[in-house]
Design a protein around this ligand. Sequence first.
Ligand code: BDP
Length: 594
Amino acid sequence: MLYPLDNGIREVKELSGLWNFKVDFKNEGFEKRWYENPLADTIEMPVPSSYNDLTTDTAIRDHIGDVWYERIIFIPNGWVNQRIVLRVGSATNHAVMWVNGQEVARHKGGYLPFEADITDLVKQGEKNRVTIAVNNILDWSCLPSGEIKTYKDTSKYPEGYKTQETYFDFFNYSGIHRPVRLYTTPKSYIEDVTVQTDIQDSNGVIKYSVSTQGDIASVKVSAFDENNKLVATSKGKNNQFIIKNAHLWEPGNAYLYSLVFQTESEQGVVQDRYELPVGIRTVRVAGKQLLINEKPFYFKGFGKHEDSDLHGRGMDEVINVKDFNLLKWIGANSFRTSHYPYSEELMRLADREGLVVLDEVPAVGMCFWSETNTVFNEERVNEQTLEHHLQVIREMIKRDKNHPCVVMWSIANEVATNEEASEPYIRAVAEETKKLDSTRPNTIVHTMWPSVDRVSQYVDVICLNKYFGWYSDHGKLDLIEKHMDKELLEWYEKYKKPIIITEYGADAIAGYHQVPAVTFTEEFQIELLHQFHKSFDKHDFVIGEQVWAFADFATKQGLTRVVGNKKGIFTRQRHPKSAAFYLQKRWLGKNPKW
Ligand code: BDP
């Protein structure tokens, strides 16, 4: 799915700003057809943002169900004869969208875009009303999954009392989280483009395919370098270029060519145009290593969240730029989009900045760490979940397939892969990623132990989240290295695949200090990381370390969470804890691994 572009042929109108907003406390909006008329009794709500932290009302923050957004749009005069598309970057978790009271789109899943052709529904020179109902209920038919718990005992709970149960460790932020835009294309237009790159000697090979709609006679493609110099041209819907002595897209040293796709009519009139930033690079797994441009790559970085004060999960270029500058400052070269695909704006920035991304679907919370309470059963993770999981994989790959920064697809985080039924399930998901994209390795992120895992034969790289010294043997720094060594060797022995440690860490409250270190102090966080590193450095099949987490983040309330998860190396305001300087020294220092 193409990112909307403004390029002289296509135009984009940003619809960010204040929208009318109303919480459907009585769950009556659909029945009363709120979309048919302007919403009554609304408050102002910024888009993009999570609505949860912006009012003073607990009932709004913790609302379970629908909220409604609305705004008036005008169609510019110059858009006559254009195809007009309304596009939402993401609405968490599900949405229905109307234009002038007519339903135009329905989308399940909170972290990927959806759009609708609204050309025939909007009127030039008049007010047009856009209404979006956003629902935040999570059940086992969607990702992430969850369940609504109802409390029947009216002697203890008010009538109809319910809570949203989630089995993941982040606040279920809700709302329109990414930009809403109107954009145009000509009536005959470029629908999608796919590029795949290769390197032969010192030349770059770019294979492309273009899909179009309408009457299009020919497709021309031109490649420009970063100085805007034309370096190659090609013709046809499926073809390839050779770029002599190509500049490669390297981690930390990105180079982006601009591929300009142009369609023409029979008469040679230019119809549509689309510019795609393209990084020439290869990625493959070879034995114990992952090679980017045939060079072994070691992942240094973090699991992150899209999370910040007040904005919640709302896309914010200010945060994105600050985060990337901090990543570079600390010597990180990569991050994982834990636990959902991040905004398109952020992915474009990662392409530009040369940060390497593990792109993850929102399959999180599919594990209860219990022998008896299973997750893979008719009531929980079942056929319906799988169907949606595959759908999300398709949407994510469709959106992110052209990003050079994405080197691997992460198909799930912490699944009960010890359960028998997890095997065919994960196999289906893993095979889908391969079918859709044979150019990138895939992975699954584990909390399980090698002896019980049933699925890692289906992925190329194994990712592990390990919390020795924290969730097991809490506070026992002296056991970490030994435990980690043992487990790493067992995983490698069983599957003979490269391993990335995608989570390890400890909560540290900024400003808490003590010697000797105790848990929750900044000193303990450093010492714990150091113990893990002693183990990682010994094993050549360990190809990366990503600390959990980049910054402190909001979670649901819980006895182990003091105003959120404090495993950040930076505070939620992006101020460094002491461990930031420790990591900077390690990652910018010399190590045989990098
Ligand atoms: C891991 C999860 C991550 C949590 C982390 C923690 O993948 O989302 O935030 O544990 O507990 O299991 O800090």
